[in-house]
Design a protein around this ligand. Structure first.
Ligand SMILES: Nc1ncnc2c1ncn2[C@@H]1O[C@H](COP(=O)(O)OP(=O)(O)OP(=O)(O)O)[C@@H](O)[C@H]1O
Length: 648
């Protein structure tokens, strides 16, 4: 114990504290001034580290992206954790896209789940079970993420030789299983398929079936949109934002940019679909003027349509670059192609015989599948899919005979099969369609034999719009809900028949020049004439004369009016008509005429009187005059004696 005398006084304690704190401050100032800041930080870290409490926990971070490449582990962990949701979970993420049947429940980013380690393999299995096939567009620089591919095509629904189907499935299975084999023999783990055959034979459907079977995503690349080979390399990269922003500089030094900025090709690109346009058809295309095509579509599709319209126009103007096969070869064999996991390339073309043979060798196109016209086996698959007929039907024999002597595509027959729910009605429709098709084909073949080579080639080439075709029924077309697509053109005959096949243009409506019924509708709208009017008979005659023009000029398009049933109008007809027409009716006719399609462009010498006549008469007179001039010319060629008689 300290005696009272020995105890320090309050004042001495205070003075000791004051001198101690002065010394500390002095030392601190000296430390700050003498020891450099960096050394101070390091000393502090050492001290902190020494005093930090030890933990048995370790934190693993699974980020969504690894640089530019997506992190596969993130998806696996996300799926795995969603199986660990309990009633105690406080915050969950709920998603459901339009085409998904079930809602997806995921752990929200802020949520914490405690779980003991169960192995990544289990998570991987879960991921594969839940995998929704995605579709990515490689041709557009604006698209950022893939969308769920909800294509209903499977190997069961494909109308194809069952043996061939089995071969394809076995081939896919064996390819997937043989990772070690490929490694052992020093071969890149990739496989190329070439699907070739006429339009509408199921190439796109087969790709969707393959992707659904393997649960592989599809990366869609339209070769026509690729400007150079480095474009292709870059286009397989997963990060669309990076591509969009670097697009300009990539054009200047694409390879360098590729190797420096995007060293990792995507590991997710597994089924790559490449549509190879036909070089020959493309070069022909430039000779033909492109036919303007106007789109009408529901709002949500408009932007997409516009995008595709410009693509289609591009296609029509730009010929396929001459070194296209070199680019493709680079693309298939280039170094990037060996990076990543298993990959399947699927190439489609309508004309295998026009492709560079270098492209076709095994290693590039390992499997070549000819998608051909419909066989009876294929028809039975379609009848099962569409009509639920799984056994025999009495119509089958007749249909078999017709299919055997006809080149008919599954797409055409599929269209017939959708026309009614009544099995008998539909099968009768199929029979009629096959008969009609046979007759049509015979006629076309006869017609083509008479023509010389150039015309035949030009006819075959037509206007091909591969971008548009892809839009109409490429894998993208199955996304979204019900839709109606309407295409309008002034020259149907210039369109590629591929565009016109059922499944693309299911219904074709010929908007023709007016009939008297059409005129009556206009008269009712503009003039409130709902009954007959004395002038109608005469107008009818005149309108029918214009109709004759169309029959003559659009021979082969089919019309109910025969060519020889109407007389050639005399010029007096129009003058008389002008005298009789009341003013209001003249205006109504003018309005109706201005909404009509433009008249065919046959040069017509201007009549000196025409400027004094009301505009309507000029229109009608010109139309009639054109008929007369043209027909007289034709007549003159065949029978000079008939000149000037004015009959057809
Ligand atoms: N083999 C088939 N089995 C079942 N349905 C088919 C088959 N072929 C075509 N179809 C039907 O026709 C439609 C068009 O077929 P698809 O787009 O697959 O033909 P394609 O050969 O890719 O045509 P294109 O060469 O013109 O692109 C499909 O949506 C499908 O309804």
């Amino acid at each position: 114990m300290l005696s009272r005398m020995e105890m320090p006084t309050t004042s001495s304690m205070l003075s000791a504290y004051a001198s101690f704190s002065t010394s500390v401050m002095l030392l601190r100032t000296m430390y700050d001034q003498i020891v450099p800041y960096q050394v101070q930080r390091n000393l502090l870290d050492v001290v902190k580290c020494y005093w930090k409490p030890k933990s048995s926990m370790m934190t693993l971070l699974f980020e969504k992206n690894d640089g530019y490449a997506p992190n596969d582990m993130f998806n696996v962990v996300e799926v795995f954790l969603s199986t660990k949701i309990t009633p105690e979970s406080k915050c969950l993420k709920i998603t459901k896209s339009e085409n998904e049947e079930h809602i997806n429940i995921k752990i929200a980013e802020s949520e914490e789940i405690e779980d003991s380690f169960e192995g990544v393999m289990k998570a991987q299995e879960i991921n594969n079970q839940k995998k929704v096939v995605q579709l990515h567009n490689l041709s557009s620089y604006e698209e950022e993420e893939g969308v769920n591919l909800d294509h209903p095509s499977t190997f069961e629904t494909l109308a194809m030789d069952p043996k061939k189907k089995k071969e394809i499935m076995d081939d896919l299975d064996s390819f997937i299983r043989r990772k070690d084999f490929y490694k052992k023999v020093g071969k890149v783990w990739k496989r190329g398929y070439l699907l070739y055959g006429p339009h509408g034979t199921g190439k796109s459907s087969l790709i969707a079936a393959m992707a659904n079977y393997l649960k592989f995503d599809i990366y869609d690349l339209q070769l026509m949109h690729v400007q150079d080979d480095s474009n292709i390399d870059c286009s397989i990269l997963p990060d669309r934002k990076g591509l969009a922003s670097s697009y300009e500089s990539r054009l200047h030094n694409p390879k360098q940019l590729f190797s420096e900025t995007y060293p990792n090709p995507p590991r997710t690109c597994r089924v790559l679909k490449v549509a190879i346009p036909t070089p020959c058809a493309i070069s022909k295309m430039t000779k033909l003027k492109s036919t303007p095509i106007n789109f009408v579509a529901p709002n949500d599709l408009c932007t997409n349509l516009q995008k595709n319209l410009s693509a289609a126009e591009c296609v029509a103007v730009d010929p396929l670059p001459e070194n296209y096969s070199h680019r493709l070869l680079n693309f298939i064999d280039g170094l990037w192609s060996c990076c990543g996991n298993e990959r399947i390339f699927i190439f489609t073309t309508n004309h295998k015989e026009r492709l560079d043979p270098a492209l076709l060798r095994p290693g590039r196109m390992d499997v070549r599948i000819h998608m051909s016209y419909l066989s009876m086996d294929g028809f039975k698959t379609l009848a099962g899919n569409y009509l639920n007929i799984h056994n025999h039907h009495w119509r089958f024999k007749e249909i078999k005979n017709l299919i055997e002597c006809n080149k008919v595509t599954p797409a055409e027959v599929a269209e017939e099969l959708t026309k009614s729910n009544n099995v008998d009605v539909v099968l009768e429709g199929v029979v009629n369609f096959l008969k009609r098709k046979k007759t049509d084909e015979d006629e076309v073949n006869e017609g083509i034999e008479d023509e010389d080579n150039d015309i035949r080639e030009a006819k075959k080439a037509k206007l091909s719009l591969s971008g548009l075709l892809n839009f109409l029924d490429g894998p993208w077309s199955c996304l979204g809900d019900v839709r109606i697509i309407i295409l309008a053109t002034n020259h149907k005959e210039k369109l590629d028949p591929a565009l016109l096949r059922p499944g693309r243009m299911d219904v074709q409506i010929h908007m023709s020049y007016p009939t008297i019924d059409g005129f009556k509708t206009s008269a009712a709208n503009y003039l409130n004439i709902h009954d007959d009017h004395w002038i109608f008979a005469e107008i009818k005659e005149l309108i029918e004369c214009i109709g004759v023009t169309l029959v003559v000029q659009r021979r082969g398009e089919g019309t109910s009016r025969g060519e020889g049933t109407s007389r050639v109008p005399r010029e007096e007809d129009t003058v008389d008509l002008a005298k009789k027409l009341p003013n209001a009716l003249t205006q109504a006719l003018q309005a109706a005429m201005s909404n009509m399609p433009p008249l065919p462009s046959i040069p017509v010498p201007e009549s000196p009187k025409s400027s004094r006549r009301p505009p309507l008469k000029v229109v009608l007179a010109l139309a009639c005059k054109r008929v007369w001039t043209k027909d007289m010319h034709l007549k003159k060629k065949h029978d000079p004696k008939d000149k000037g008689k004015g009959t057809m």
